[in-house]
Write a protein that binds this ligand. Structure first.
Ligand SMILES: NC(=O)c1ccc[n+]([C@@H]2O[C@H](COP(=O)([O-])OP(=O)(O)OC[C@H]3O[C@@H](n4cnc5c(N)ncnc54)[C@H](O)[C@@H]3O)[C@@H](O)[C@H]2O)c1
Ligand SMILES: CC(C)=CCC/C(C)=C/C=C/C(C)=C/C=C/C(C)=C/C=C/C=C(C)/C=C/C=C(C)/C=C/C=C(\C)CCC=C(C)C
Length: 514
């Protein structure tokens, strides 16, 4: 395929003659799953990524012999059975695969009221650990988590594709009528309401809040039941599994599969504009002036970025305004990427920890601390005798704006030491064993991930009806689709992988592909 390009006289603009079936803006996991699915169906696909490597918030960076995951290292979707193992399936579709390492404890919680609890991969063991703290709620605990399984079982029996495709919905309904009716029932529900049906102990309800908050960034009352069903069951079914070589391998492998399937990706290709003709999205313009055209345009940038930055403001659709009245940006994170000497960690330390000292501060800036130690699963990510400790805690961009360079650096350092001091109680000697420290703020996330205010995705502004208000992939602009955590069902790698499957399915039907 000749890559012929023409320059418009007296202008920076260069138009390529290749006409793609689909252009995907961004190579986050949402974008890459869309691209690989379409390429596997024979579509001519181009991915445009502003950064140097693929993956977005599931990317990586290397310093002094350490390979750090940019985002969270707790990965769902790598199971071997059922239909909800969407990362395994996405890789499989383009004939690539990844070795994964099972994580036998999803989280070790260090919570107020002496609640020190491990979420074991074995469901019964987890229930017994929790019931040991709340024996008077044994029945309620089982009934709540069993109800989560009901949601999961409904999802895990059917192909997960576009809910905007009526023929697929009809097929699913005829093949799995009870599962579809079950999902319809759960779509408007939140986990908190279901939990309160079975559980009365206020401390246990706080624990359920934390169970939700640590991946949805909102308490149980605002966490959709469908997502809770996925997370609270899949951790015991497909399990949490870590990709050998680090989270960044997922994107690297998807890109390998994309290219083998005939797709194309360009790095340092920042899209500045989505081009429209007669109201329809027809192409994109890059920062260097280059123009690419396609039958369909997909944005893996956030909705805020897509509709405020990439499209002229007069094209701002009214349903996007409405969506923004329901959803706001989740906080970003203050992130500590640490290299430590291995002696600091006791034998049998778990990979993921949640640390909180005061329930009232769960959702505050610097309230909950998330910790991942991926080298406990894959030691090759650090030099021999060292570990990676990735600690992060919610932070808002406003606290980091308008500072002088000196104050910004000083605030970063102070905040980092506040976190290290708190972690010393869980990992005594952390400070003394520190070999490397790199601190990121919401500004870092904004800069390197291109995410508005460094956000990790949308969260409800108030209690909503489950997932009902979350938009699917099509937008009000014909030819333009969104994918990733600003679309149904929201944040999380397995969630954005679903969004990618759904987006590619809808586009394939629109383009008449198989
Ligand atoms: N443990 C986990 O489950 C885990 C780990 C890491 C990340 N995540 C999740 O991944 C989700 C994000 O995935 P995603 O696919 O929605 O998005 P993403 O932010 O990861 O990827 C978007 C990509 O688009 C690129 N981009 C943005 N604007 C662009 C432009 N104008 N031109 C070209 N490229 C542009 C960015 O550089 C980035 O690579 C988050 O919600 C986070 O929760 C989860
Ligand atoms: C037919 C008719 C009528 C009807 C029908 C209906 C239906 C079919 C429906 C359907 C639905 C669906 C398909 C749905 C789907 C869903 C899904 C897939 C979901 C998913 C989800 C997932 C998730 C949410 C995930 C998440 C995760 C996350 C976020 C993670 C994170 C993590 C972190 C942050 C880490 C932390 C921690 C530490 C470190 C400790």
């Amino acid at each position: 395929m000749a890559n012929s390009i023409k320059k418009i006289p007296n202008s920076q603009t260069v138009i390529t003659d290749i006409y793609y079936d689909a252009i995907i803006i961004g190579s986050g996991i949402g974008g890459l799953v869309t691209a690989t699915q379409l390429a596997a169906k024979g579509a001519k696909v181009l991915v445009l990524e502003r950064y140097l490597i693929p993956g977005g918030s599931a990317g990586y960076f290397e310093r002094h012999g350490y390979r750090f995951d940019v985002g969270a290292s707790m990965i769902f979707g790598f199971g071997q059975r059922g239909t909800t193992n969407l990362l395994t399936r996405a890789l499989d579709a383009v004939n690539v695969s990844l070795e994964v390492i099972p994580d036998m404890v999803q989280i070790h919680y260090h919570l107020p009221n002496g609640l020190d609890l491990k979420v074991e991969r074995n469901y019964e063991k987890f229930l017994q650990n929790l019931i040991a703290y709340f024996p008077h709620e044994a029945k309620g605990i089982r009934r709540f988590y069993d109800e989560c399984w009901r949601v999961f079982n409904c999802l895990n029996c059917m192909d997960l594709l576009s809910l905007e495709e009526p023929r697929y919905l009809m097929r699913m309904f005829f093949q799995h009528p009870l599962a579809c009716l079950g999902l319809l029932r759960y779509l408007p529900q939140n986990a908190g309401d279901v939990a309160r049906r079975y559980i009365k102990d206020p401390l246990l309800l706080k624990f359920i809040d934390m169970e939700c908050y640590c991946w949805s960034v909102v308490p149980a009352d605002m966490t959709p039941m469908i997502n809770a069903g996925m997370v609270f069951s899949d951790r015991h079914y497909g399990g949490v599994n870590y990709p050998k070589g680090g989270v960044g391998q997922i994107a690297q492998k998807l890109v390998e599969g994309l290219i083998q399937a005939g797709g194309n990706i360009k790095y340092q290709a920042r899209v500045t504009q989505i081009l429209t003709e007669k109201g329809r999205a027809v192409g994109v313009k890059l920062a260097n002036g280059q123009i690419y055209r396609a039958k369909r345009i997909v944005s893996n940038a956030t909705r805020w970025h897509t509709f405020h930055k990439l499209l002229p403001q007069k094209k701002f659709p009214s349903n996007e305004k409405k969506w923004q009245q329901s959803y706001q940006k989740s906080p970003s994170f203050l992130t500590l990427h640490m290299g430590i000497q291995a002696y600091c960690l006791p034998v049998k330390t778990e990979c993921h920890h949640i640390v909180l000292e005061d329930w009232e501060k769960m959702a505050d800036s610097e309230g909950t601390i998330f910790v991942s130690i991926p080298t406990l699963l894959d030691p090759d990510l650090a030099p021999a005798g060292y570990h990676i400790v990735h600690a992060f805690t919610p932070h808002w961009i406003n606290d980091w704006q308008g500072l002088s360079v000196k104050n910004y650096e000083a605030n970063k350092e102070k905040a980092a030491w506040r976190i290290i001091e708190r972690l010393e109680k869980i990992f005594p000697g952390l400070d003394a064993s520190l070999d490397y420290l790199e601190v990121g703020t919401p500004r870092t996330h904004r800069r390197f991930l291109g995410r508005e205010d460094g956000t990790y995705g949308p969260i409800p502004r108030r209690k909503l009806r489950g997932l009902l208000a979350m938009p699917f992939n099509r937008t009000a602009i014909p030819g333009l689709y969104c994918v990733g955590d600003s679309t149904f069902p929201g944040q999380g790698l397995n969630a954005v992988a679903f969004s990618g499957f759904a987006c590619a399915h809808r586009i394939a039907v629109d383009l008449g592909l198989n």
